[in-house]
Design a protein around this ligand. Structure first.
Ligand SMILES: [Zn+2]
Length: 393
């Protein structure tokens, strides 16, 4: 006759080490790794401080990622001590974890003793479904998704670059998206500014963008700035944002943005496009070069693409805007190597990406100095824009 369920548990418990919650507390202080083997809903309602989560149903497939070191001192727990006993038995006999214990009485006894419980900020059921493909990526996961939801990203421009960036940042669940744009939707924009629609021609771009973003993801709060960025408002607008996505189309504002963002130490994901060519970099103050380190002087006025209408392949700002969104997300979740100190050049006609290393300029007029010493008067110092473009004829 096969043994009954309770008998199996009894036999298993005889073959593993059980440990009292009071001892677990001491072991935690000495670096023991605590693993919660309950279901996600149970874990989300509260768990031991610092516990790693490996549901028993996924034990064999996920334990190595959660605890790669097979010699680690592991303490498993569940609600009452049975599931963790079975899990400990599996880890010991089948997976070669030598030093495994199961906590007696589970989290129920732990709580009865009045010990500390950590209640995680859990994603809602709907958020778990909406972001399920993010949750499966180890570099994002629930923590990264929470960082995205907490993040504040400012988009300068809801145009060619800002449109695709805004769409994907909104879909990714960036909690606050600021948008600065004083323009209205024009028929000639629609060839590339995909956040706007034909029926919204004449509508302020910030309003049009907000409609689309709200339709994609109600988790996102849109903060609208229907103004032109200038020296009088820039510090007030950008302060408090974690990342700035620069889709600006003119050099004077780029210099102003650079100086203000260095002063407030906010990283800027910057892209520029012309014809079939795009370039991209991340200017992270004091970590890598700033915009002025690379371009101390603006280009001659006759070469400045911002002085009139220029041709651009409609999909090119899409490509570059999405690369910007990718870098912004990496900065928020702290994954990978952001494009700091590197300039990415995309040649759409040749279908090539080239990365060039760029260095901080020790003589840089802005970032070689202490941020507090950059005065209002110095910010964005640049030849007068009207005169600059007039000179270009
Ligand atoms: Zn610099």
């Amino acid at each position: 006759m096969s043994p009954s369920g309770p008998e199996v548990i009894k036999q298993v418990k005889a073959q593993i080490d059980e440990v009292d919650p009071a001892d677990v507390r001491r072991q935690m202080a000495n670096g023991a790794v605590v693993v919660d083997v309950r279901e996600t809903e149970e874990f989300d309602q509260g768990h031991l401080p610092g516990a790693r989560h490996v549901p028993r149903g996924h034990l064999e497939s996920r334990i190595e990622a959660a605890v790669p070191d097979r010699d680690a001192h592991l303490v498993l727990y569940c609600a009452s001590g049975n599931r963790s006993a079975l899990a400990a038995h599996t880890l010991k006999t089948l997976l070669g974890y030598e030093h495994v214990e199961s906590m007696t009485g589970g989290i129920t006894l732990w709580k009865d003793r009045g010990y500390e419980v950590e209640i995680p900020r859990a994603l809602s059921r709907e958020q778990r479904e909406r972001y399920s493909r993010h949750l499966l990526v180890p570099e994002v996961g629930p923590e990264g998704q929470q960082k995205l939801l907490d993040a504040r990203v400012l988009l300068l421009g809801a145009g060619g670059l800002g449109s695709p960036a805004a769409l994907y940042l909104a879909a990714a669940g960036v909690g606050t998206l600021g948008i600065v744009d004083d323009d209205e939707v024009d028929l000639s924009n629609l060839q590339r500014q995909v956040i706007h629609t034909t029926e919204r021609i004449g509508v302020p771009k910030v309003d049009s963008a907000e409609v689309t973003i709200n339709a994609i993801n109600p988790d996102v709060e849109v903060v609208k700035y229907p103004v032109r960025l200038d020296a009088s408002n820039i510090l007030e607008i950008i302060e408090g944002y974690d990342v700035i996505v620069d889709g600006l189309d003119n050099f004077p504002t780029r210099y102003l943005l650079n100086d203000a963002s260095v002063r407030l130490r906010i990283p800027v994901v910057s892209a520029a496009i012309l014809g079939f060519d795009g370039q991209l970099s991340v200017f992270s103050p004091y970590e890598g070069p700033c915009y002025r380190c690379l371009f101390r002087e603006p280009p001659p006025a006759e070469l400045a693409p911002s002085c009139g209408a220029n041709g651009v392949l409609g999909v090119l700002p899409g490509t570059m805007g999405l690369l910007q969104a990718t870098e912004a997300i990496k900065l928020v979740i702290g994954a990978g190597d952001p494009l700091v100190g590197r300039l990415l050049l995309y040649d759409a006609l040749g279908a090539t990406f080239t990365t060039v290393k760029v260095k901080r300029d020790p003589e840089c007029p802005i970032c070689s100095r202490d941020p507090g010493s950059i005065t209002d008067e110095e910010m964005g110092v640049f030849p007068d824009y009207e005169a600059f473009c007039a000179a270009a004829g």
